[in-house]
Design a protein around this ligand. Structure first.
Ligand code: MAN
Ligand code: CA
Length: 278
C-alpha cells in the first residue's frame, strides 16, 4: 500500500510539474523566440523541481526494486523453510521407522534368547541328571570290579558272567547255603547246558541250590525259580524209594546227567555262585 501511496504522490507531483511546464511553455511562447534561457531563469525554482522529481522517481524505482527483491527473498526463504520442514518430517518418519524396527528386532532377539536360555537350562538339568546316574553307575561298577578282583584272589573261578566258590570243608545243605549267603552269594543255580558242562568237571560231590523241601516233588532253585531243565543222573530223583532226599548234589563228574537227590543233613562240599555280569 505504501507503494501505491508513493505512486499516487509521484503522479500528483508529476502532474504539478507538467502544469508548471505548460505554464512555462506558455510564457515562453508569449515571449520572443530564442529567449528560452531567459524565460527559464525567469522561474528560478524550475530546475530544482525537475531534479527533485527525477530523484523522487528514481527513489520510487529503487523502492519498487527493493520491494521486489525483498519479496523474492522472502518467497525464497519460505520455500527453503518449507523444504526444511519436509526434510524434518521425513527424518522424523525415518527415525520412527528405524526405532520401530529396532524395537521389534530387540523384542525378537530377547524372545529368542529367552527360549535359548530355557533350552540350555533344560539341557543342563538333563545333563546333571545323566551325570549323576553315570557317576552312580561308575561307582557301582567300581565296587563290583573291586569285589570281583577280591573274589578271584580268594580262589573263586570265573565262568560266563559268574564267579564260583568250591568249599574245602563239608557241611549239610542248610549250613552250606548260609556260608554262601555270608559270602554275598548263594548255592549254585544251573541255568544252561554250558553251566552244567562247567559244573560236571568238578570231581568232588557238592551241594547245589536245588531243593523240594517246601513241597515234595516240586523242585525249586534257591532264587525261587522252578526247575525247568534238569540233569538228573539215571534213576534220580528217588526220594520216595529210600528215606527223604530233598536236597540236590552234583554226584558224577564228566557226565551231563550228574544230579542226585540226597538227605539234606548229610555233610559234603558245596559250590557257591555269584553273578558278576547282568
Ligand atoms: C544211592 C542212591 C541215591 C541216593 C543215595 C543216598 O547212592 O540211591 O539215589 O540219593 O544212595 O545216599
Ligand atoms: Ca537220590
Amino acid at each position: 500500500m505504501a507503494n501505491g501511496d508513493n505512486r499516487e504522490e509521484f503522479e500528483l507531483r508529476m502532474d504539478g510539474l507538467a502544469r508548471s511546464d505548460a505554464l512555462q511553455t506558455c510564457s515562453v511562447e508569449e515571449g520572443e523566440e530564442g529567449e528560452e534561457g531567459e524565460a527559464t531563469s525567469a522561474v528560478p525554482g524550475g530546475k530544482l523541481y525537475r531534479l527533485v522529481a527525477v530523484s523522487f522517481g528514481f527513489l520510487c524505482i529503487l523502492q519498487a526494486a527493493l520491494n521486489i527483491s525483498l519479496r523474492l527473498g522472502l518467497s525464497n526463504t519460505e520455500a527453503r523453510c518449507k523444504n526444511l520442514t519436509e526434510e524434518i518430517d521425513n527424518l522424523k518418519r525415518i527415525n520412527f521407522a528405524i526405532t520401530h524396527n529396532m524395537t521389534q528386532e530387540i523384542e525378537a532377539t530377547r524372545y529368542n534368547l529367552t527360549r535359548e536360555k530355557d533350552e540350555l537350562k533344560r539341557n543342563l538339568t538333563d545333563f546333571e541328571a545323566r551325570y549323576k546316574v553315570l557317576t552312580e553307575e561308575r561307582d557301582e561298577l567300581k565296587r563290583k570290579l573291586t569285589d570281583l578282583v577280591n573274589r578271584l584272589q580268594q580262589g573263586w573261578v570265573y565262568f560266563s558272567g559268574s564267579v564260583y566258590y568250591i568249599s574245602s570243608i563239608n557241611k549239610n545243605w542248610e549250613e552250606s547255603r548260609n556260608d554262601c549267603l555270608q559270602r554275598g552269594a548263594d548255592l549254585m543255580i544251573i541255568n544252561s547246558k554250558e553251566e552244567q558242562d562247567f559244573a560236571e568237571q568238578v570231581k568232588d560231590r557238592m551241594w547245589i541250590g536245588l531243593t523240594d523241601r517246601e513241597t515234595e516233588g516240586m523242585w525249586k532253585w534257591v532264587d525261587g525259580t522252578p526247575l525247568t531243565t534238569s540233569y538228573w543222573a539215571s534213576g534220580e530223583p528217588n526220594s520216595f524209594e529210600s528215606r527223604e532226599e530233598d536236597c540236590v548234589e552234583l554226584k558224577y563228574y564228566g557226565t551231563v546227567e550228574s544230579w542226585n537227590d540226597r538227605p539234606c543233613d548229610e555233610q559234603i562240599l558245596w559250590v557257591c555262585e555269584k553273578k558278576v555280569l547282568p
